[in-house]
Design a protein around this ligand. Structure first.
Ligand code: UD1
Length: 366
């Protein structure tokens, strides 16, 4: 009998990428287990996404919790190694670029278990981001690379990763969006929060934007200036709450600071927004799919297709008010969609997984 595939998730952005892959793999009858590292553990950061996405409950929860970069990575490395110890495993599938991703890949590689990386090849070329290190290391340790955007193929080739293990499959996070689009209730979300017709959604959580006092002060000034021209809703990630508050961030009628939202609730809010201001990775893609203008407060992006084909623009906190004002006075959505953002990436990935683990369904190709 084929040993199970172990899918490893840990943090909020993993869940929407894994859900379509697990569903499509289950449909092919592949043996699989879901491991949650516990990197994110609050209901609003984890359980609510499992419910919204119809993701099966984890078979194993490592409960690692928060810590420094090193502590968190080391905790997953050790805990996942114990999971692999003595357990026949055909493949470990890791998602995205969070600490759980690289740590699980390290554990698996030391146990000689092959690794498949979903969302391989993304690069910001900015090593000050922990995610960039996680991406590079995970790609190097992986035998199978599932690529979501064409630049990923180029980036992998540049580090010598080519050949039959590399599969351009499209974006499974967009699968989750396609699967849930009919549930996005923009009027309901707006009514629940008592918002006017025109509002912006902001999300901020990158260490570079919130961890140090000077950066946090720039963000608070940006949010205050933005709120002077449009009502802003800010579902606030736990990271940075204290440091933004120290710089004077306060909820007002024009700047509504709320708790993090679940998947459907959050995207319903985004669906009805006039614009989005963010430093998130995934939201650059979700706004591209939903054709909502997005201002990304970062000097670079690992998702350049959202800028070249999509709705995204990189900016600084100081430039946000002017850019937002321009969007409000006239903006036209791009007509195209990045290739293979069609809601079927999970199925493509599952068919390759079936080939890898030698399932009878392996005959189907991507
Ligand atoms: C992580 C990812 C980041 C991703 C983000 C999405 C890494 C390196 N970073 O960043 O790529 O965009 O998730 O949310 O893996 N906390 C809670 N409750 C939770 C989880 C975290 O309160 O359920 C707080 C803790 O104070 C913790 C802090 O948030 O120290 C940061 O959490 P952590 O998982 O270390 O990183 P994120 O900033 O969430």
């Amino acid at each position: 009998m084929t040993p199970p595939i172990l899918h490893v998730v840990g943090a909020r952005p993993n869940f929407m990428k894994a859900a379509p892959v697990l569903a499509a793999s289950a449909a092919l009858g592949l043996p699989q287990l879901l491991v949650h590292t516990g990197q994110h553990y609050d209901r609003a950061m984890s359980a609510v996404f499992f419910e919204d996405l119809g993701l099966q409950a984890p078979d194993i929860n490592l409960g690692v919790g928060s810590g420094s970069q090193a502590e968190q990575t080391a905790a997953v490395l050790l805990a996942f190694d114990r999971v692999l110890d003595g357990r026949a495993t055909s493949l470990v599938v890791v998602y995205g670029d969070v600490n759980s991703t690289v740590a699980a890949a390290l554990s698996a590689s030391k146990r000689n278990v092959p690794i498949a990386h979903v969302e391989a090849g993304l690069r910001s070329f900015d090593d000050s981001m922990p995610e960039e290190i996680n991406r590079r290391v995970t790609d190097l340790l992986s035998s199978y690379h599932f690529v979501t955007a064409p630049e990923g193929l180029v980036n992998l080739e540049a580090v010598g990763i080519t050949g039959p293990g590399v599969h351009f499959v499209g974006n499974p996070m967009i699968d989750s969006l396609v699967n849930n689009e009919a549930r996005l209730d923009r009027d309901g979300a707006r009514a629940t929060l008592g918002l006017p017709d025109t509002y912006a959604v902001a999300t901020i959580h990158r260490p570079a934007n919130v961890d140090d006092a000077a950066a946090a002060a720039r963000i608070v000034a940006m949010l205050t200036a933005l709120a002077a021209i449009i009502t802003v809703v800010l579902p606030l990630h736990p990271r940075g709450r204290a440091s933004l508050a120290r710089q004077g961030l306060q909820s007002t009628d024009r700047l509504r600071i709320i708790e993090p939202l679940g998947y459907v609730e959050f995207l319903s809010l985004v669906r009805g927004a006039r614009l989005v201001v963010t430093d998130s990775g995934g939201l650059q893609e979700e706004t591209t799919y939903l054709r909502i203008p997005c201002l990304t407060i970062r000097p670079n992006t690992e998702r350049p297709v959202t800028v070249t084909l999509g709705t995204n623009r990189l900016t600084t906190p100081e430039d946000v008010p002017e850019q937002a004002a321009r969007i409000l006075t006239g903006w036209s959505a791009p007509a195209t969609m990045p290739p293979l953002w069609d809601g079927h990436a999970g199925e493509r990935i599952a068919r390759v997984l079936a080939q890898i683990v030698g399932s009878p369904h392996a005959a189907i190709t991507t």
